[in-house]
Design a protein around this ligand. Structure first.
Ligand SMILES: Cc1cc2nc3c(=O)[nH]c(=O)nc-3n(C[C@H](O)[C@H](O)[C@H](O)COP(=O)(O)OP(=O)(O)OC[C@H]3O[C@@H](n4cnc5c(N)ncnc54)[C@H](O)[C@@H]3O)c2cc1C
Length: 300
């Protein structure tokens, strides 16, 4: 019998610390319970959402009438052979990078400042410092909600692109992933991780709650942060949400921000870039819950 909880506040499960109440909530601690829960969804009319680290997500302050399944207690990592590791969907990427370093395995250094999980990292094809999850994934196991079965998908079948892959979280749920790494030297790998971490502390507003880059880059030479900076949005504030003075593509929660504050700010950021450059920026974040109509303008 799976133990579902009722009326759980979601803000604390997101990196930007915004989000109302979920009517139901479940945290599986192993893959059997996870798949059993997913299997039970076929009999339910209630909507559901798979929550990883909540680090690329805006949840409505009005909450979510449905079941949130949070993966972060799925934390198994197995070394399969000299260069391959199999990691559960809920393993945090920075932890995995350090785990791999201790095995003298290189490749995950780029991910040490990305506070998401393996599952969220694959859905988003998380990347930084010239690499991304797509460079490492050999195969993943998913639960396919349509056929109610577990399937193995190879890297090619996932059709990775910039910040996305073929999977739709409402139908295909990542259970675990096999990553192929390169032999390396622990000390050198840890030194690279430290350089990447230091770079982030210099260039990103990490002392405030935030959800990473707000908008996707328009193109390689038209990065969202640069366009937003030139459009003059730094320090723009709506209620408790503000554009960081350090990085114009980061929205920070300066205290009690609501999802409405954030939407109002995103609209102003998007409009500023449109007016200056005739470019419509598209949000990188996913959303959950009920929002006012402006959300269609911003995400549409
Ligand atoms: C300070 C900071 C820095 C960041 N830097 C970067 C960066 O450099 N590069 C980058 O790419 N991103 C970055 N991000 C964004 C974010 O960390 C990544 O997008 C990350 O991959 C999201 O993973 P998550 O587990 O938090 O996903 P969540 O935010 O929980 O969810 C994102 C989406 O994935 C889905 N999902 C999660 N787990 C599963 C699963 N097991 N199966 C199916 N669907 C699932 C959710 O339903 C949702 O649609 C940053 C964020 C922060 C706060």
């Amino acid at each position: 019998m799976l133990k579902l909880e009722s009326k759980i506040a979601l803000a604390k499960f997101t990196s930007i610390k915004i989000g109302g109440i979920a009517s139901q909530f479940y945290e599986p601690t192993n893959l059997d319970d996870f798949t059993q829960c997913l299997n039970n969804l076929k009999d339910r009319s209630i909507p559901f959402f798979i929550l990883g680290g909540g680090s690329n997500l805006l949840i409505s302050s009005q909450g979510f009438e449905g079941l949130v399944i949070r993966t972060t207690k799925l934390t198994n990592i197995t070394q399969i052979d000299d260069t391959r590791i199999l990691a559960d969907a809920g393993v945090r990427l920075p932890h995995l990078a350090k785990f791999a370093a201790n095995l003298n395995l290189s490749g995950l250094e780029f991910s040490c400042g990305i506070p998401g999980t393996v599952g969220g990292g694959i859905i988003m094809n998380a990347g930084a410092h010239g690499s991304s999850m797509s460079n490492l994934v050999e195969y993943i196991n998913i639960f396919d909600l349509k056929s109610q079965s577990i399937k193995k998908l190879t890297k090619n079948e996932l059709a990775f692109e910039y910040r996305k892959c073929i999977l739709d979280s409402q139908n295909e749920v990542v259970l675990n992933a096999c990553l192929k790494l390169e032999p390396g030297i622990k000390e050198a790998i840890l030194a690279k991780i430290k350089i990447n971490e230091d770079y982030r502390w210099r260039t990103q507003p990490l002392s405030y709650p935030n959800a990473g880059s707000t908008f996707k880059n328009h193109s390689i030479d038209k990065q969202a942060g640069k366009l937003l900076d030139l459009a003059g949005v730094k320090n723009l504030t709506c209620g408790g949400a503000s554009v960081s003075a350090i990085h114009a593509n980061f929205v920070i929660n300066i205290g009690q921000a609501s999802s409405s504050d954030v939407l109002e700010l995103l609209k102003k950021m998007q409009d500023s870039v449109w007016q200056k450059f005739n470019i419509k920026l598209h949000p990188e974040w996913k959303t959950l819950g009920r929002f006012e109509n402006t959300i269609q303008d911003i995400w549409g």
